[in-house]
Design a protein. Structure first.
Length: 192
């Protein structure tokens, strides 16, 4: 079965399946549905603090979205990042998903249950999809990694640059600044 047919079949099945509790909406990559548990409170707390910091810094014409489908059907990839900065005009589209090439930044908060999804799967898919900046925030150990400049130089999609941070540092992505000292480490608050 050709790759396009496999993707369309998986996409149709995903839409028919719906969001099975307690799971998140399935993602699609590598000819497979990827099922994840719904984000836990600690994960959402980090995502909320990132949103509160980033949203006021966005220029007019940009919007910050939470858990929104980014789809590149030609590549057979549908991903749902925790946060994504897009052109605001896309909010007025009738499309069911966002064209990833219209995004400016994707942020993923690493979950305890499946860190490989952010560090391996999405680190492969996001540069292939043309996403210019990918920030991985890891509350498991209080680190972050900013990846940027997607390319195909090695024959496979990858980011040419990366910068590592520890919580307490300020992450700078273009004109945006994220103070990681406000981000909790898993288990550091309320005994979680």
């Amino acid at each position: 079965m050709p790759t396009d047919d496999i993707y369309r079949h998986l996409r149709d099945f995903r839409d028919t399946l719906g969001k099975p509790a307690p799971m998140s909406w399935p993602e699609i990559s590598g000819g497979q549905l990827i099922m994840m548990m719904s984000p836990k409170l600690q994960h959402q707390r980090v995502a909320h603090r990132l949103r509160v910091q980033l949203e006021p810094q966005l220029d007019e014409g940009l919007a910050l979205m939470l858990e929104t489908d980014l789809e590149d059907a030609a590549l057979g990839i549908l991903r749902i990042p925790d946060l994504v900065v897009i052109d605001e005009e896309l909010l007025h589209s009738d499309a069911e998903s966002i064209d990833p090439r219209r995004s400016h930044l994707v942020i993923e908060v690493v979950s305890r249950s499946n860190p490989a999804n952010d560090y391996t799967g999405k680190l492969h898919d996001y540069p292939a999809m043309g996403i210019p900046h990918y920030l991985i925030v890891d509350p498991r150990d209080g680190t972050a990694v900013h990846h940027w400049a997607p390319s195909q130089r090695t024959g496979e999609a990858a980011y040419d640059n990366r910068q590592h941070y520890t919580f307490g540092d300020t992450v700078t992505i273009d004109a945006w600044k994220i103070d990681t000292s406000t981000l909790p480490v898993y288990g550091a608050e309320s005994g979680l």
